[in-house]
Write a protein that binds this ligand. Structure first.
Ligand code: ATP
Ligand code: MG
Length: 182
């Protein structure tokens, strides 16, 4: 019975929720890979990044030429940040912009890069985030990246991939490389 239901489900064509989590390298690049794939087919995509890196973002430099809007934390959360109030305000601002993508059916794909940390740190309201994703336009696919995805998010997702850290150059003291790591 359950098998029948899931095979019926698998035949439906609709937007999906993809979660790419785990400690290994490749989560954001996988998310951007899907964005590039859909843009390459002529679909509209949007990106919200819930982290401020130390460096500029190669994908952004490319995708702005394909009319992909980016919401990024101009100030606020980084892995080194200590100012929780400023981080939460920055998270809220990006989330409000992300909500515009998540309620606009013209976006075929929305990437919420590093969103998992905003939920695990309670910088955003989990119910609001999950309800917004659940109520998104039916044809829209959402990709969420980041470590430590909450069980509720895993439950909501259609496809979840966990990238395992087998080894990373950083452990040998090799620093992050332009075009490879950012
Ligand atoms: P990428 O952006 O390369 O796909 P990611 O999204 O899986 O990586 P994050 O946790 O977002 O990884 O970390 C981003 C940065 O940290 C990247 O420069 C990446 O190379 C580096 N990184 C990722 N995984 C590890 C790891 N296990 N050890 C050290 N550095 C890592
Ligand atoms: Mg990442």
């Amino acid at each position: 019975m359950e098998l029948e239901e899931s095979s019926t489900e698998s035949k439906k064509s609709r937007g999906l929720v993809l979660v790419i989590t785990g400690n290994g390298k490749g989560k954001s690049t996988a998310g951007f890979g899907v964005v590039s794939r859909s843009v390459g087919h002529g679909y509209k995509a949007a990106v919200a990044q819930f982290i401020k890196g130390k460096w500029d973002c190669g994908e952004r430099n490319l995708l702005v030429h394909h009319d992909v809007p980016f919401s990024v934390m101009a100030t606020g959360f980084t892995w080194e940040s200590k100012d929780k109030i400023a981080d939460m305000a920055a998270a809220e601002k990006v989330w409000n912009e992300a909500k515009e993508y998540l309620t606009n059916p013209s976006y075929y794909v929305v990437l919420l890069d590093e969103l998992t940390y905003m939920l695990s740190l309670k910088y955003l309201d989990t119910k609001d985030v999950l309800d917004t994703i659940r109520n998104r336009p039916v044809e829209q696919t959402v990709i969420i990246t980041g470590r430590d995805a909450l069980p509720e998010l895993i439950e909501l997702a259609d496809t979840v991939s966990e990238i395992k850290d087998v080894k990373h150059a950083f452990q040998k003291g090799i620093i992050a490389r332009k075009g490879i790591d950012w």
